[in-house]
Structures are given as structure tokens and as C-alpha cells.
Design a protein around this ligand. Structure first.
Ligand SMILES: Cc1cc2nc3c(=O)[nH]c(=O)nc-3n(C[C@H](O)[C@H](O)[C@H](O)COP(=O)(O)OP(=O)(O)OC[C@H]3O[C@@H](n4cnc5c(N)ncnc54)[C@H](O)[C@@H]3O)c2cc1C
Length: 152
């Protein structure tokens, strides 16, 4: 008898889990309180595939490590489950700014970016995969901001 599984919540997590289980032959009931799927956080997110850059204050390095592994495997998983190629919706480059009263200094943040970059490139070399096709190596450049004509 086919096993029947209920999933509550049709955001990206629930829908992709449902598709994955259905592809493996399970019978899935996907239950959503709204009239349509993907209408909450999964609809409003900014679409970044994070590389752990934002977690400079995590001294354990666990969050960046997890984000880097997720970024490496996200595209192939989406492709396998939905057939959608994330390379077709790439954004333009963007910049991170560090507030002068941030818990992490601009220099510490810059070191964090470089560590994320080299970790990501090392993981891709060792395990394969890519952030996006044709852009296997990620480059983070630390730049000093200028305010009122002087370096901060
Ligand atoms: C403004 C914003 C920007 C973001 N930007 C990014 C980004 O750039 N990159 C990134 O990786 N992440 C980003 N995120 C985070 C990302 O969007 C979420 O982590 C992700 O969408 C969570 O998916 P989910 O399926 O777990 O939750 P949701 O998409 O919220 O789905 C949960 C679903 O469960 C349903 N539900 C809840 N309770 C019940 C119930 N009792 N019965 C039935 N249905 C129920 C809800 O209605 C909802 O549809 C952003 C989030 C926000 C809000």
C-alpha cells in the first residue's frame, strides 16, 4: 500500500518537500490555510541564494558553513524537483554596507566575506556543484566606503 503523508504549509519548504516525496512514489496531501500556495514568506523574499556573508557575528562558523552548502546545492535541487533553471533569474551584483555602530567592524566583515568566498570555492572544488552556471568561483572584494570625502 502507498504510504500517505500530510504536509502542512505550502511555502517553498512544503511544496518542494511534497514534490520530492511524490516523485519517490508517496501519496502526499499538501495542506495550506490560504487559497493559493506560496503566498507568505516564500513569495516576498528577495531571491538571494545566501553564501553566509550576513552571519559575520557567528563565531562558531556553523551558519555560514550551512548557508554555503545550501547555496552549492540549491540550483540542482530546484532543477531536479521542478525543472526550473535558477540561472534564468539572476540579479545584478549588489553591495553590503556596514553601519558605523555595527557589532562587527567593516574590517572584520571584509575578512568574513573573504573567508566565505574561499570556503565556498573550496567546497565547490571538492564536492562539485556551483552557485550559478559559468560562475563557479565567487569573488568578494572588500571596499572601503567614503563619506564626506574621507575614508572611514
Ligand atoms: C522580506 C523577506 C525577504 C527574504 N529574503 C530572502 C532571501 O533573499 N533569500 C533567502 O534564502 N531567504 C529569504 N527570506 C526567507 C525565506 O523567504 C524563507 O525562509 C522561506 O520562504 C520560508 O519558507 P517556508 O515554506 O518555510 O515558509 P512560508 O513561505 O511562510 O510558508 C509557510 C506556509 O505555511 C502556511 N501555514 C502556516 N500555518 C498553517 C496551518 N496551521 N495550516 C495550514 N497552513 C499553514 C502558511 O500560510 C504559508 O503558506 C526572506 C523572507 C522575507 C520575509
Amino acid at each position: 500500500m502507498t504510504q500517505r503523508i500530510a504536509i502542512i504549509g505550502a511555502g517553498i519548504t512544503g511544496t518542494l518537500t511534497a514534490i520530492g516525496l511524490a516523485q519517490q512514489g508517496f501519496r502526499v496531501d499538501l495542506i495550506e490555510r490560504n487559497c493559493e500556495a506560496v503566498t507568505e514568506a516564500s513569495l516576498y523574499n528577495e531571491g538571494k541564494i545566501h553564501l553566509g556573508f550576513l552571519y559575520a557575528h557567528d563565531h562558531t562558523w556553523e551558519t555560514p558553513r550551512l548557508m554555503i552548502e545550501g547555496a552549492r546545492s540549491f540550483g540542482p535541487i530546484i532543477q531536479r524537483l521542478t525543472g526550473f533553471d535558477v540561472n534564468t533569474i539572476l540579479s545584478t551584483p549588489f553591495f553590503y554596507g556596514v553601519h558605523r555602530e555595527s557589532l562587527v567592524t567593516a574590517d572584520a566583515f571584509a575578512s568574513h566575506l573573504l573567508r566565505c568566498t574561499s570556503t565556498f570555492n573550496g567546497v565547490v572544488q571538492a564536492k562539485g556543484g556551483a552557485y550559478v552556471d559559468g560562475n563557479v568561483a565567487i569573488t568578494a572584494r572588500a571596499m572601503r566606503a567614503r563619506r564626506m570625502g574621507r575614508s572611514l
